[in-house]
Design a protein around this ligand. Structure first.
Ligand SMILES: C[S@@+](CC[C@H](N)C(=O)[O-])C[C@H]1O[C@@H](n2cnc3c(N)ncnc32)[C@H](O)[C@@H]1O
Length: 203
């Protein structure tokens, strides 16, 4: 599966160079008005690094993981161009086998990548007061892209149910949902799609 993911994503990023162009970070991440001095972030499936760059610009030390070397090279180049090399550490990683170091991170970001098992494994990586940010596509009749793989689409309310029913124990039941929303994706995306976002703080 991961060998397949690696080939699929390297091909996608190589053939569609627009996917490697700088893009704005999620508006929901921006709304959090994060201050990252002396803090550590983990960007899982970072792709071309829009959240890695944004978090580094806010002062975080960012660990950015992805299975596509094409995407990671693009992140390295942008990071260097923006003088943020000291703030960013990219790493070629298969997230199918990944578990983070325990209680190391102030924020963990997973966006446009759906793997609920990864979310369950990653929750241990958060420090107290740390934030878990997850945002990705969901199933909806209004979606313009009709051939999306249903395995990669959330069902209505799924992230809220996942965090309250399955991840809560990972936080010893001490957590708060900072925000939850179901919304239309950004206008620059190729297809109009519904998305879901959740931000959970470990208390
Ligand atoms: C749609 S992109 C999301 C990029 C970024 N998070 C964003 O929101 O712009 C999905 C990313 O998941 C990565 N990916 C897919 N399968 C993976 C795996 N098994 N391990 C690590 N990364 C993977 C791809 O290489 C790709 O960069």
């Amino acid at each position: 599966m991961s060998q397949y993911d690696q080939q699929k994503w390297n091909k996608k990023f190589s053939e569609k160079s627009e996917l490697l162009k700088p893009r704005e970070a999620s508006l929901y991440l921006q709304k959090l008005e994060l201050k990252g001095e002396d803090k550590i972030a983990l960007d899982l499936a970072c792709g071309a690094g829009r959240h890695t760059l944004y978090l580094a610009q806010q002062g975080f030390k960012v660990f950015a993981l992805d299975i596509s070397k094409v995407a990671l090279n693009a992140v390295d180049q942008r990071v260097e161009k923006e003088g943020l090399s000291a703030k960013v550490n990219t790493s070629y990683t298969d997230l199918d086998d990944f578990s983070p170091e325990i209680a190391l991170y102030d924020i963990i970001v997973i966006s446009n990548f759906l793997d609920t098992d990864l979310i369950k494994r990653a929750c241990v990586g958060l420090k107290k007061e740390g934030l878990f940010f997850v945002e990705t596509y969901m199933d909806d009749p209004s979606n313009e892209k009709k051939d999306s793989n249903p395995d990669f689409l959330l069902q209505k309310g799924e992230l809220k149910t996942l965090f309250t029913k399955e991840i809560a124990s990972c936080f010893d039941e001490n957590y708060e949902i900072v925000l939850y929303d179901e919304f239309d994706n950004e206008p620059y995306e190729m297809y109009k799609m519904k998305k879901q976002v959740i931000v959970v703080r470990k208390l």
